[in-house]
Write a protein that binds this ligand. Sequence first.
Ligand code: PAF
Length: 299
Amino acid sequence: MPIIYQQISELRAALQPYRGQRNDKPDSAQRIALVPTMGNLHEGHLELVSIAKQHADIVVVSIFVNPTQFGEGEDFESYPRTLDEDVAKLATVGTDYVFAPSIAEMYPVMPPPTSVLAGGITTQLCGQSRPGHFDGVGIVVSKLFNIVQPGVTVFGQKDYQQLAIIKQLVRDLSYPIEIVGAPIVRAADGLALSSRNQYLSAAERETAPVLHAELQRLAQQLMSNKLSMPEFEALLAETSQRISNAGFNIDYLEVKTDALKSVINDAEVFNVENENLIILVAAWLGRARLLDNQVVTVH
Ligand code: PAF
């Protein structure tokens, strides 16, 4: 079973021996991995831990439903908190430590007067419909990096924008941390695993895989055709319509370069040669806001 800590000082003390700073044992450093989560773990999270184990000797999983990344009227209160089940699942994949702090431990002053802002990348896509969300992610992830001081951290590619922001954060704040992006884990019918999938009714759960199927269909068309801008826009509109017709309420459906830049170039011609594209979608199905994405390699 992993050892659970709720206090920052206790976790730091537990990790200290792995840092290899003892004068009598200069070669004793072991690599620590951090997998940040908000708990209510599913197979996708366990896959992050398995990947972390391939990159490190010691794996720390944080479980913290971070209030600063939830907006007014969002699901902070109702977000499922399942610590005992989570720890049991983490034991099956060889997690060494779980860090499960209280809000007061993480934020002695709430809301925290200090911010970690990542600029323009945070105001598009999910950041546009969830203002302030990535500011909350920025501060909590920075704190977790400072507390755990990992050599490597693993984030899921399902939250593609979050992963891009973390990469920028690590670069700009000079964290000596390797970032590993983990492929999306899907149910057999294609639905990307997410803690929020449990908000779906049985009927909605049957509909939900449509999102992935439509992204694949769009990716296929982008891969096989060199499109003019009007053709591209018509294809996007058609895909949006098909997703809406299935019962989704689309928040956004966008195609970006893999650096999350716009694909519209000066000549207004859609020419994606030698660029990887990413299709990103967020859509509501009943109470669940589902995220998905699909990389398109166009060569
Ligand atoms: O992806 C998540 O679960 C959260 O945004 C994270 C990275 C754990 C920060 O609270």
